[in-house]
Design a binder for this molecule. Structure first.
Ligand SMILES: Nc1ncnc2c1ncn2[C@@H]1O[C@H](COP(=O)(O)OP(=O)(O)OP(=O)(O)O)[C@@H](O)[C@H]1O
Length: 249
C-alpha cells in the first residue's frame, strides 16, 4: 500500500482552543476516505490544515512522500492536491467566464494545449463546450459545482479534498455530482478525502472513514462497519441515528 496522505499527531490551536487535538490518520493512494462528525468537530479544520489554510502547531503532514509544516506548501502540492468546497457560489468568481476560470490554473501550472484541455475538462464534467463563454453567475448551483470540479481536475491532481461538495445542492443534483466525482476517481485513480455530515453520502462514496468529535478522531472504520453497525464508539452510533441521509438510504 502506498500512502498518499499521512497525518501524525496534528495539533491545530485557535488561541488556546484545540480545533484539532493530536489527530493521526493515513490515507492510501487511490482510496476514498470519509470524515464525519457533528458540527464543530474539526472536519473542515482538518482539510484546511492539510492545504495550509490553517497552520498546525504540532505533529506532521506527509503528502505524496513530501513533508510539510505550518502553512507552507510548494507548487507541486498546489497542483497535485485540489480542494472542492461546499459552496459553488463562493468558490468561483461570478464575473469570470468559465473559460477564464479554467484557464487560470492551467497558466499558473504551466500547462500547454490549453484549448484542448478546457474542452476536455468541460466534457468530463458533462457541461460541454457550449458553457465555455458563460459567466459563472449565469450558472445553476449544480453547473457551478461541475465547473469547480473541472477546475480541480484540469491540473491533473492525484488527491482531491472534498468539503461537503454536495450539501448546498438539491437532492437530485447531489446524486449527479457524486456520480461525477466517483467516475473521475475511477478514471483517474484519484485519492479522495471527503468531509460530510451525511453518512449516506459517505457510505456511498468512501471505503473507510474517520469519526471526529471535539477535535479528535474517535475511531477509524471501514464503511461496511456502518452498515453492519460494527463500531466501538457510542458516539458513532448516535451519529448514525442522527443522520437522516443514512436512514433515507
Ligand atoms: N478561524 C477560527 N478561529 C477560531 N475558532 C475556529 C476557527 N475556525 C474554526 N474554529 C472552531 O474550531 C472548531 C472546529 O471547526 P470546524 O469548522 O473544523 O468544524 P466542522 O466539523 O467542520 O463543523 P461544520 O460541520 O459545522 O462545518 C469549532 O469549534 C469552530 O468554532
Amino acid at each position: 500500500m502506498t500512502t498518499a496522505l499521512s497525518i501524525d499527531n496534528m495539533l491545530v490551536l485557535y488561541e488556546d482552543f484545540a480545533a484539532l487535538n493530536h489527530v493521526s490518520l493515513d490515507v492510501a493512494q487511490g482510496e476514498s476516505f470519509g470524515i464525519v462528525g457533528e458540527s464543530g468537530s474539526g472536519k473542515s479544520t482538518l482539510l484546511r490544515a492539510i492545504t495550509g489554510l490553517a497552520g498546525f502547531q504540532e505533529g506532521s503532514l506527509t503528502v505524496n512522500g513530501r513533508s510539510y509544516g505550518g502553512r507552507q506548501r510548494d507548487k507541486e502540492f498546489y497542483r497535485t492536491v485540489q480542494m472542492v468546497f461546499q459552496d459553488p457560489y463562493g468558490s468561483l468568481h461570478p464575473r469570470q467566464t468559465v473559460d477564464r476560470l479554467l484557464l487560470e490554473p492551467l497558466i499558473i501550472h504551466g500547462f500547454d494545449n490549453v484549448d484542448a484541455r478546457i474542452a476536455r475538462a468541460l466534457d468530463e464534467v458533462g457541461l460541454g463546450s457550449g458553457f465555455r463563454f458563460r459567466y459563472s453567475h449565469q450558472l445553476s448551483g449544480g453547473q457551478r459545482q461541475r465547473v469547480a470540479i473541472a477546475r480541480a481536475l484540469i491540473v491533473e491532481p492525484t488527491i482531491m479534498l472534498l468539503d461537503e461538495p454536495t450539501s448546498a445542492l438539491d437532492a437530485s443534483i447531489q446524486a449527479e455530482i457524486l456520480n461525477l466525482l466517483e467516475q473521475a476517481r475511477r478514471d483517474r485513480d484519484l485519492t479522495f478525502v471527503m468531509v460530510s455530515h451525511d453518512l449516506g453520502v459517505i457510505s456511498h462514496m468512501c471505503e473507510r472513514l474517520a469519526v471526529m468529535k471535539t477535535g479528535e478522531v474517535v475511531e477509524t472504520v471501514p464503511v461496511e462497519a456502518l452498515v453492519k453497525r460494527e463500531f466501538s464508539a457510542e458516539y458513532t452510533r448516535q451519529l448514525l441515528v442522527a443522520s437522516e441521509g443514512f436512514r433515507r438510504d
